[in-house]
Write a protein of this length. Structure first.
Ligand code: ARG
Ligand code: GLU
Length: 724
């Protein structure tokens, strides 16, 4: 009896603490609801500030220092002159676009020692949230149960537009209304968009990308993943297009930086723009993603990456041209592998099936539920059954069909053909069009290597042919097959010998003195013919079906999520990430990835030196960094033990888009920049595991050490508010 009782108590304690851990770590919360839903828990966990300090519409708050950087990262303001931090990989394409063999900022880094040296980045924006508002009642007032899904969508789209327009009338702000919980709730977002964002500084790649794609998505990590930009505005401190006379932005708020770091179990939170999570997916969807979609994509990217990596290693110019592309391709590829492993380890499909069974039992207990939700799971099963072939066809279209860049590029010329065939086009219009194409060439070819692309073409078109269901083959495939009998290398040779589009010279020559009837030459072009067939097949056989079926699953999820909330009234839900501003909170923590292995929660410069290998590109250590290390010249950036910290892990629930997000301490001071998740935790977009899921943060002390000691950019340090 005694034994039983004590075991029982132990069990109770474990299950309770498990519950509270789950509660604390999982979730990306809506800033305006923190006070109501999270403040108490955050304070219990150690937070010393209030929800109002984080998000307020009455006075300046931390939110006024947070930005959506471009369209997929986060940045934060760190000085009263509009200086911002984001990740190196978020600034990567900007840094890359300023780089050439002569001025190779990617390799050597870039530092503006005065503001006049800061570099402009056309097209780059930073968006600040002015306020948000729950507009669910207004939006849902326009729908009723007799509407078809299509009518419903249209009505919601219309009212959303009206609400947004009304919200920003007479201001320079932008606004949009976004669905939450698959359209069970709606929020209005009013934003201010800054359009003159200049590059201020970036470390060399062997710091900013140290460990490269080898270490990407993994812990222990030693990447100095940061870059520095500045917001410029008109003289009135308002957003303005680039102009030489623009001035640095004076923000309402900039983040204070703490050099104290964080110890294990210290409270931290992440404030940023997570892009997409899918916590509510049914078993059918998880099966489709992890057993079909991801593996096919991985297989195709394996090939593409192998080809690019080889060429990058053999040619410095190709490295500059392809590094950003490579990083993008590799990032998804590696994440999906980790995600699939995690999904299997957690037996996510089985867990989802159990939940669905519980759900159906709950439904069966009540007549009203039966009529509302009784058929839901069948409908999910049927819809995913239908969706599967189209999903896979889409995977082959995008991962193989569009892999050779010449396909996308050649297809772009369809516009010119259409113009030429249009009887209403005047010779002048056509000339103008051809000139516009002429102007765009340099941008494309700057980062294009014909031979690399040809190799990708040969391998990926072959895979497309072999692996994709014949019913979804582009029509031209049968012709190609009868001519080449599986010899895709020969096919590639022929295309890249004959096509106009393989080089800037050939295309430019073709466009010079372009006449209307020249469109026939494009129509005969081998690359264009393939491109046209690939896109035609997508447009006529795949696209609309996917859209329709996804709309269907979305509407099923709307009902499912509503029902789950009814079924679990005590549970605190958070909406899936949708690239709106969120707060995730947790604690600095280590983890045990597998049998006998324990990963500490932080890394130091010692690890950089241990990884050093001058023969491997990803592990070359910059000589200056090495001498600072040898002299132990860490200045005020060392921790209490005298070590120079580089990165740390914590239990904040983050996803893509959170890159560059500030990681803040209990007082709301900046202690690091979020830049990744750990390999064992990459399935957290779909299923969260508190024992394994960790976000990876660049310690702000390493970032400042690089700016100060390594780059000698004391001018930037002086702008910041740094607390010892
Ligand atoms: N995995 C991180 C994220 O999802 C970093 C990606 C950039 N780094 C890289 N080595 N590709 O964005
Ligand atoms: N590196 C990711 C990004 O660019 C963040 C890592 C993640 O997906 O959690 O947003």
């Amino acid at each position: 009896m005694k034994l039983f009782r004590s075991r029982f108590t132990v069990f109770l304690i474990i299950s309770l603490s498990f519950y509270s851990v789950t509660k604390a770590d999982e979730g990306m919360w809506i800033p305006m609801l923190l006070e109501q839903l999270n403040q108490k828990e955050m304070q219990t966990m150690g937070m010393k500030i209030t929800a109002e300090d984080i998000y307020s519409i009455n006075h300046s708050s931390l939110k006024d220092a947070i930005l959506l950087f471009g369209s997929g990262c986060t940045a934060e303001i760190v000085s009263n002159q509009g200086l911002i931090f984001t990740n190196h990989h978020c600034g990567y394409s900007s840094i890359q676009s300023h780089s050439s063999l002569e001025k190779d900022y990617l390799t050597h880094g870039f530092w503006a020692m005065k503001q006049s040296e800061e570099l402009t980045n056309p097209g780059l924006t930073a968006t600040m949230l002015v306020r948000m508002e729950d507009v669910t009642a207004k939006v849902l007032a326009v729908v009723n149960t007799t509407m078809t899904e299509d009518q419903r969508d249209k009505a919601i789209e219309k009212i959303s537009k009206e609400i947004a327009q009304h919200a920003v009338k007479g201001t320079h702000y932008a606004a949009s209304v976004k669905p939450f919980y698959y359209g069970n709730q709606y929020y209005l977002f009013v934003t201010e968009i800054f359009k003159d964002i200049r590059l201020v500084g970036a470390p060399p790649s062997n710091i900013g990308k140290f460990g490269g794609d080898t270490d990407n998505w993994m812990w222990p990590r030693h990447t100095g993943d940061f870059s520095v930009f500045r917001i410029y505005v008109g003289k009135d401190n308002m957003p303005a297009d680039y102009s030489a006379s623009n001035v640095p932005y004076q923000p309402k708020k900039h983040l204070e930086i703490s050099l104290k770091g964080a110890e294990k179990n210290d409270f931290t939170f992440v404030f940023g723009y997570p892009g997409r999570t899918q916590q509510f997916l049914t078993s059918h969807a998880v099966d489709l993603t992890s057993n079909y979609d991801n593996p096919a994509r991985i297989k195709m990217r394996d090939k593409r990456l192998e080809i690019i990596a080889n060429d990058m290693n053999n040619d410095r110019l190709i490295r500059i041209q392809y590094s950003a592309k490579y990083a993008g391709i590799a990032n998804g590829w590696k994440k999906w592998m980790g995600e699939d492993k995690g999904i299997q380890r957690l037996q996510a499909v089985t867990k989802k099936k159990i939940l669905e069974k519980e759900f159906m039992e709950w439904v069966s207990k009540d007549e009203k539920r039966k009529s509302e939700y009784g058929n839901l799971m069948n409908e999910f099963a049927q819809t995913y059954q239908k969706l599967k072939p189209y999903t896979m066809a889409n995977v082959y279209f995008s991962e193989a069909g569009l892999a050779p860049e010449i396909i996308r590029f050649a297809y772009g010329f369809k516009k010119l053909i259409d113009k030429c065939k249009d009887k209403n086009s005047k010779a002048e219009d056509i000339k103008q069009s051809a000139d516009a194409f002429q102007k765009g060439l340099a941008g494309f070819y700057k980062n294009y290597n014909q031979n690399t692309d040809k190799k990708i073409f040969a391998e990926l078109i072959k895979l497309y042919y072999q692996d994709c269901d014949k019913n979804f083959h582009p029509a031209i495939f049968s012709k190609i097959n009868s001519k080449y009998k599986g010899d895709f290398s020969q096919y590639a040779e022929d295309v890249y010998r004959s096509s106009i589009f393989v080089s800037q010279e050939k295309t430019a020559e073709f466009l010079k003195n372009y006449k209307a009837k020249d469109y026939k030459k494009i129509e005969k072009d081998a690359a264009y013919q393939l491109a046209l067939s690939i896109y035609d097949n997508y447009i006529t056989n795949i696209q609309d079906n996917i859209i329709a079926l996804n709309d269907k699953t979305d509407s099923l999820y709307r009902i499912y999520v509503k029902a789950l909330m009814e079924m679990q009234p005590g549970k605190r839900f958070y909406p899936d990430a949708n690239l709106t501003l969120r707060v995730a909170y947790g604690k600095v923590n280590d983890y045990y990835p597998r049998d006998a292995v324990h990963y500490l929660h932080y890394t130091t410069i010692e690890g950089i030196m241990q990884k050093e290998d001058s023969s491997i590109y990803d592990y070359v250590v910059e000589p200056k960094l090495k001498s600072l290390y040898l002299a132990k010249d860490y200045g005020r950036y060392a921790n209490k033990a005298g070590e120079l910290p580089v990165a740390f892990t914590a239990t904040n629930h983050t996803t893509g888009g959170n890159s560059g997000s500030p990681v803040l301490n209990a007082y709301g001071q900046l202690i690091g920049l979020n830049f990744d998740r750990n390999w064992e935790g990459t399935m957290s977009d779909i299923i969260y595991d508190p024992s394994q899921c960790r976000n990876i943060t660049l310690d702000i002390r390493y970032c400042l050490f690089i700016i100060d000691k390594f780059a000698g950019a004391g001018n930037l340090i002086n702008e910041m508010t740094i607390k010892d």
